[in-house]
Structure formats: C-alpha cells, structure tokens
Design a protein around this ligand. Structure first.
Ligand code: KG4
Ligand code: ZN
Length: 357
C-alpha cells in the first residue's frame, strides 16, 4: 500500500511517499522562512505559502520516489488540528489530486501522525527511528555490538504517548492501533509554545526549541530555581506560571546588567522537561503498557528524552528529530492505519480543533 501524503497544518509544507505506513520512500519538507521576521506564524501568510509551494514539493516527492501519481494507492492529507486556512489548502489540494486520478482520499488527524511517526523507517543510510532500552544511557547501541535490526522492530503497544509540539502537550494512552484514551493535556500553553516564548525573551530567534536546547548546553540547569506546576494527582500540564517566572527573572537580571542566557535557558529547559518527564513516567507506571512513545517537535529535545529515560523501566521510542517536527511521512504512516481500519475513503471535513480519539 503506497500513499502520497500531505502535511500543511502549520508552517511546514510536507509531502511524502510512504509504503505500508512504515517505509519512507521520499519525504520533502519545506519550512516557511517568511515567519522569521515576525517571530511567529501569521496564519494568512502561512496558507499562501503552502499554496505557492505545494505543487513543486509534491512533484519533488514523486520524482524522488520514482513514481507517478497514478501509481500510488491513495492520497492523504492532514485535516486537523491546525490553522484552518492552512489545513484547507493541503486537504483541498490532496482531494483534487485524488479525484483527478480516481484514488481514495484519506483525511488524517495530525496528532495521530505524530504518534505514527514512531512506525516509520528509511532505507539504510538514512536516519532511522531510535529505540533505546531501560538503563541504556544513550539510544544507540555501544560500538562493536550487533548492528541495529533492519527494518527496526515496531513499537509494542499498549503504550503511553507524550505528544509535545508547538500547539499541543498531550499525554495519551494508546490501547491499540487508533485507540487512544486521553490522560492529560496542557491547561494553558503548549510545551513548544513555552520554548518559543522563552527563546524570544532571550533574543534567541524562532523556532525557539532548538535555540534553547543549543544555548542550554553551555548553561547550568541549577543556576536558577524555577517553578514546576504539579497540578496534584493529575496528568494535565500548565506552563504559563513557568513562562511568567522566566519573564520576571529576565527582567530582574536585565536591571542588574547582563543576562546569563545559557544559564536561564538551561534552568528553563530543566524545569519544563522535568514536569513532562515526571507525568509521563507516572502514567507509564500506573498503566500496564509496554512502551513509552514520544512525538511532536519538542520530542526532538535530547534533555527531555534523558529525563524520561531515567524515570521509566520501559523501552522509550522517539522518532529521529526530523520526523518529530511536522512532515508528510508521519501523515502517510497514520493514513495507512486509517485505511486499514476503515477500509475506504475518509471524508475531508477540516477541523482546526480536532481531537485525538
Ligand atoms: O510538531 P511541530 O513541528 O509543530 C506543531 O505541530 O506544532 O512542533 C514545533 C515545536 C516548536 O514550538 C519548536 O520550538 C519545538 O517544536 N521544537 C523543540 C525542539 N525542536 C523543535 N523544542 C525543544 N527542543 C527541540 N530540540
Ligand atoms: Zn505537529
């Protein structure tokens, strides 16, 4: 089953060809540079950029895969959640392509895409899904040991899944394929949003997550004590208090003179990753699961992986960084499981607030 998949829910235009929901044949992602000057995403600009880019990127994805459109089995596109104008561009484009050559169209939930990114692998030589075992300090096997299995083994389910992106922080129990039970979510800012806002405060640019992670490498995570919102006994997250505390800290440091950017970045990263890791580990301990899965842009953060790994006895699976952030391949992976589940076309109603369930 070969699927052409399109992702346009936010500011990345992604098109991929994926076989059987797992094997990446091609995966082209264009990040919109238009938002760098504004320091955030302007929805109308993003939608227009998708419209401008889609044709070329789709052609590149097909060329790189060495297939023609009529040779694929289905076309998929993200139908939510996301920016409604952006979703409409991708979904309508995908539907048009499918109609034009008589293929089934599959509307995909973007969050399901972030989960199923954990099922993807590339040809040997490309970067692959990283699997680590309990107690392993690094995700890669030590030098000299047997080469990793190829294709990599699939994640065992049931699983606890932490989806952390620019728009979402969701802790979910995956009971089976496409069977998700929400455990908790953010009650205010998403984790990625907090990274982006703190990065802006520190003058580190956009997107903020990778910039904070880089800056934090030279900093002391214990330099400043920042609040960890516990939200007793719940799996929900809250990051607005942390964000406000960083704002106050930065203002106070500014008044005194220079801001120790690396120390602030490291202290913030420590605070946010500890909260995410604590709750993920508790969910894994309290539910009978086989695996912990991460997804979404913030899952690319190595400090987050380390914080989670040291708290759990389960295998931790994280897609390689470029499959954590938005891309078409993850939509192609999820689309395969949708089609296997539903056996037919899936309607295209775009919904900006679509939930995972
Ligand atoms: O999944 P994604 O590409 O888009 C959404 O669905 O929102 O996630 C983007 C978010 C941004 O907020 C970005 O700052 C964050 O993921 N991010 C990171 C890292 N790489 C991307 N956050 C922390 N550490 C990273 N290395
Ligand atoms: Zn995303």
């Amino acid at each position: 089953m070969r699927i052409l998949a399109i992702e346009t829910s936010c500011d990345e235009t992604g098109v991929a060809v994926v076989d059987d929901g797992r094997h990446i044949v091609s995966n082209i992602v264009a990040s919109q540079l238009a938002h760098q000057d504004t320091g955030g995403i302007v929805p109308e600009v993003a939608a227009r950029e998708h419209l401008r880019a889609l044709d070329g990127i789709t052609q590149r994805a097909l060329n790189e895969a060495g297939v023609e459109l009529r040779a694929v089995d289905a076309v998929a596109a993200t139908v939510g959640p996301g920016l409604v104008g952006c979703l409409l561009v991708g979904a309508n484009y995908g539907r048009g392509l499918a109609l034009g050559v008589g293929l089934p169209f599959i509307g995909v939930n973007h969050l399901e895409g972030h989960v199923y990114a954990n099922w993807l692998y590339e040809d040997l030589g490309g970067s692959r899904g990283v699997a680590s075992r309990p107690g392993a300090p690094t995700p890669e096997p030590p030098g000299g040991s047997a080469p990793p299995e190829y294709p990599p083994p699939e994640p065992d389910i049931p699983a606890v899944v932490l989806i952390v992106s620019g728009a979402h922080s969701d802790l979910v129990l995956m009971e089976g394929h496409r069977r998700f039970r929400p455990l908790g979510r953010t009650i205010d800012d998403a984790a990625g949003e907090a990274f982006d806002k703190v990065a802006r405060l520190l003058g580190l640019g956009f997107p903020g997550g990778p910039a904070i992670e880089r800056a934090a490498k030279d900093g002391d995570p214990a330099a400043f004590r920042l609040p960890r919102a516990a939200l007793a006994d719940r799996y929900d997250f809250s990051f607005s208090g942390l964000k406000t505390a960083v704002l106050r800290l930065v203002r106070a440091l500014e008044a005194k003179g220079e801001i120790p950017v690396a120390d602030v970045a490291a202290s913030f990263q420590k605070a946010i990753t500890e909260v995410l890791a604590e709750k993920t580990a508790r969910a894994a301990a309290e539910h009978a699961v086989e695996t912990v899965l991460l997804g979404g842009g913030v899952a690319a953060n190595l400090a987050l992986r380390a914080e989670i790994q040291k708290r759990i006895g389960h295998p931790l699976r994280v897609p390689p960084p470029r499959l954590c952030t938005d891309n078409g391949a993850m939509i192609g992976a999820a689309a395969f499981f949708v089609l296997r589940d539903r056996g037919t076309e899936v309607p295209v109603n775009v919904r900006s607030d679509m939930k995972l369930a």
